[in-house]
Design a protein around this ligand. Structure first.
Ligand code: DAH
Length: 364
C-alpha cells in the first residue's frame, strides 16, 4: 500500500493531500454492493494496525512540525467521519436489502380508502320518510322488543288472533309467569309505535315511523324473518278517507313516478275501520300485465285505513284528546324491503341481509 506524498505542511498542500484522500474514499464507496465488500472497505480504511488511515497518519505525523499537528489531527478526524458516514449508510441499506417488506417507497401511489355507500334498504327508507316529511310529517321510532300489549292488545287484536300465534311471532323466552299483556316479543310490525306516539302527545299528530320488524317466517326469495316497515299516522279534526287516498296517492307518485296510479281495495286490520289494501299500477309493464304483476296490471303495496275508535280507547286514559267524537285519523304501513326490491330490480330479499360487498357495491 502506497502512502501518498505530502509535499509540505502548508495549508494549501494539506488541502490538496486530504482532498485526494477524500475522493479516494468516495470512489471506494461506490463499489460497496455486498456485505463482504463493505467489511473489506472498513478494514482497508479503519483497520487498527494495517488500516490506511492509521498508516498514513503515522507517516505524516512522524515528520510534522509541532505547529502543524493540530491541523493534521482535525483533518484526519474529518476523513474518519467521512468513512464512518459511508459505513453507517451501508448498514442501513443492507438492512433494507434483507427485509424488503420494511422498505418504504414514498414515491408509490397511496392506497385509496374505499368509500362507503348507503344500504339500499336505508336509502329507500329515507326516501319514503323524506316524502312524508315534505308533507309536514315528523319522524318517530320505537323499540324492537315490544310487549304483547303494544304490539297486539292496544291495537284491538282479540286475544285469540292468529298473528299472536308463536307460528308468526317471535317471543322472548321465560315470560310465562307474566300477565299476557306484559310479555315481551319481537315486534311483528311498526304499528305499536302508533300507540306509543299517541300516549305521548295529544292530537293533532302527523308522524312516520321507519323501523325493523320480525316474524317467524322461513326465509325464501320473498320472505325474511327480519324486514322493514314505514308506519304512518295522521290524527286531527275532520280527517277523512279522501285525505288518506290523496296522501298515499301522492306518496306513491313521488316514490315511483307521476305516471303511477293507485287503487284501494277493501281489506281488514283490527286497528282500522274501514281498512284497505293499496295497489299501484305495475311499474314494470305500465299496467298492461306481465309476470311481475301476475298479469293483473296491479301490484299490492301497503295496508291502510281509518283509525278504529277502539284504538283511541287504548290511549284516552293518558290522552283524553283522542275523542272519536272530535277527531278522526288514518294510518298506513308499508314494507320497505319489497319497495326497495321493486325500485332496484332485486329478485331475492336475502341479498339485502347477506352483507355481500359485490351486491352492496352496486349502490355506491
Ligand atoms: N301493521 C300492518 C302489517 O304489518 C300494516 C298496516 C296496515 C299498518 C294498516 C297500518 C294500517 O297502520 O293502517 O301488516
Amino acid at each position: 500500500m502506497t502512502i501518498p506524498e505530502l509535499r509540505s505542511y502548508t495549508a494549501d498542500d494539506l488541502e490538496a493531500a486530504f482532498g485526494e484522500l477524500a475522493s479516494e474514499v468516495h470512489r471506494d464507496a461506490t463499489e460497496l454492493d455486498t456485505p463482504d465488500r463493505v467489511e473489506a472497505f472498513r478494514l482497508h480504511w479503519l483497520g487498527r494496525k494495517q488500516g490506511r488511515l492509521k498508516r498514513i497518519g503515522d507517516a505524516w505525523l512522524k515528520n510534522a512540525p509541532p505547529e502543524a499537528r493540530k491541523e493534521l489531527g482535525i483533518r484526519f478526524n474529518q476523513l474518519k467521519q467521512q468513512i464512518e458516514g459511508v459505513l453507517s449508510a451501508e448498514r442501513l441499506d443492507g438492512r433494507n436489502r434483507e427485509s424488503v417488506a420494511e422498505a418504504l417507497d414514498i414515491t408509490l401511489p397511496g392506497i385509496r380508502p374505499a368509500l362507503g355507500a348507503e344500504h339500499p334498504l336505508i336509502r329507500t327508507m329515507q326516501e319514503i320518510v323524506g316524502i312524508f316529511q315534505r308533507m309536514g310529517y315528523s319522524v318517530g321510532v320505537g323499540p324492537e322488543v315490544e310487549t304483547d300489549y303494544y304490539n297486539f292488545e292496544a291495537l284491538n287484536f282479540p286475544p285469540n288472533h292468529p298473528a299472536r300465534d308463536t307460528q308468526d311471532t317471535l317471543i322472548v323466552a321465560r315470560q310465562e309467569h307474566k300477565p299476557l299483556r306484559d310479555r315481551l316479543l319481537m315486534r311483528t310490525h311498526t304499528s305499536p309505535v302508533q300507540i306509543r306516539t299517541m300516549e305521548n302527545q295529544p292530537p293533532p299528530v302527523r308522524i312516520v315511523i321507519p323501523g325493523k320488524v320480525h316474524r317467524n317466517d322461513a326465509a325464501d326469495a320473498t320472505h325474511s324473518p327480519i324486514f322493514h316497515q314505514v308506519e304512518g299516522l295522521c290524527v286531527d279534526e275532520n280527517i277523512t278517507f279522501s285525505d288518506l287516498k290523496g296522501t298515499l296517492d301522492h306518496a306513491m307518485k313521488e316514490l315511483f313516478g307521476s305516471q303511477v296510479k293507485t287503487r284501494f281495495f277493501p281489506s281488514f286490520f283490527p286497528f282500522t275501520e274501514p281498512s284497505a289494501d293499496v295497489q299501484i299500477s305495475c311499474i314494470f309493464c305500465g299496467g298492461k300485465g306481465c309476470r311481475k304483476c301476475k298479469h293483473s296490471g296491479w301490484i299490492e303495496l301497503l295496508g291502510c285505513g281509518m283509525v278504529d275508535p277502539a284504538v283511541y280507547d287504548s290511549v284516552r286514559a293518558k290522552q283524553p284528546g283522542y275523542d272519536p267524537r272530535k277527531i278522526s285519523g288514518f294510518a298506513f304501513g308499508m314494507g320497505v324491503d319489497r319497495i326497495a326490491m321493486m325500485k332496484y330490480g332485486i329478485s331475492d330479499i336475502g341479498l339485502l341481509y347477506s352483507g355481500d360487498v359485490r351486491f352492496l357495491e352496486q349502490f355506491a
